[in-house]
Design a protein around this ligand. Sequence first.
Ligand code: ZN
Length: 159
Amino acid sequence: MRCPECGHEDTRVLESRLSHEGRAVRRRRNCPDCNYRFTTYEREEDFIFQIKKRDGRIEAYMRDKAIRSLQVACQKRPITIDQLEGLLAKIERTVQDDGERVVSSEKFGGMILERLNDLDKVAYVRFASVYKDFRDTDQFLKELQLVGSLKNEIPTKSH
Ligand SMILES: [Zn+2]
C-alpha cells in the first residue's frame, strides 16, 4: 500500500487486528522511506484480490479454483482438504497483509510452492511442473534433484 505522505510504493504492516465485529481489519502501517505511520481500515470486500495471469489478463482470485489445482498435484498423497484450505488461508492472509489488490500468477504460484514444499515433496514437484514454467528440461531436473530422494514417485533422468 502506497504511503500517503511521500508516495513510496511499499509500506510495512506493523499491526493487524479485526475491528467492527470482525468485518473490517485495522492495520497500523509504517513507511520505510519517510517513517510515516498511519492506520487503515479495510473492509471485508476489499480483501478480495485479483490474479494477473502471464498473458496480462486479470481475474478474480477464487479459492475453489486454487483448491482444485492443488488437488490435482496432491492426488494419492496423504494430504487432506483441510491442509490445502489452511495452506491457501495463510497465503491469502499474506497477500492481504501486503495490501495488494492484484497479485501476479507467478508470485501466487511461488507462494503456494513455498508452502507445498514443506507439506509434501511429491505434490511440490507436480505443482512446480505446471506452475513454475520451467524453461527447459534441465531446469526441471535440477528442481527434482533439490527435492532429493523420492524413490519411484517421480521420473528420473536415464543415463
Ligand atoms: Zn513515506
